[in-house]
Design a protein around this ligand. Structure first.
Ligand SMILES: [Zn+2]
Length: 151
């Protein structure tokens, strides 16, 4: 019988993606290079148990399934410019948050498709944790952009 990790690996392989899980790597997907990386032990300063690790992996697979990522690699988290040199707009920040939400939805569907059981609580927990990080970032950076409604 295949372990959940083996099932996800096989799914990624069918999509032509390489998976590397190593301590110190950031959880991210590179759609151009067809590469998915992650730290099997933690997400930033948050230690991951087995189910949470799988949830993080499935989330990245959600981006693979959708073939869509707003934040491309090489676009710094703390930069207000796009790769084109144009300024990021509040609509751009919102698009990032929306894509992250959609990737979590895709992750839930993939867990069902691969018949991975017992993950729903870990999926919900990691979804909340990751989305709140994105929402906080978008709100903070997006606030400096003109067009913000003043109180
Ligand atoms: Zn993501």
């Amino acid at each position: 019988m295949k372990t959940p990790l083996q099932k996800v690996r096989r799914w990624l392989k069918e999509k032509g993606f390489e998976l590397e899980l190593r301590r110190g790597l950031v959880w991210q997907t590179n759609l151009t290079e067809k590469r998915l990386t992650g730290d099997p032990t933690s997400m930033l300063d948050y230690p991951l148990n087995e189910a949470e690790k799988l949830a993080m992996l499935l989330h990245e697979c959600g981006h693979v399934d959708r073939q869509r990522l707003v934040v491309q690699l090489g676009t710094p988290w703390d930069n207000d410019l796009l790769a084109t040199g144009k300024k990021r707009t509040s609509a751009w920040y919102i698009a990032v948050v929306r894509e992250e939400m959609d990737a979590w939805d895709a992750a839930d569907r993939l867990a069902k498709r691969l018949a991975l059981k017992g993950l729903s609580r870990a999926m919900a927990r990691m979804r909340r944790k990751c989305l709140m990080t994105y929402i906080g970032w978008a709100a903070q950076r997006g606030n400096s952009i003109s067009g913000t409604i003043k109180k």
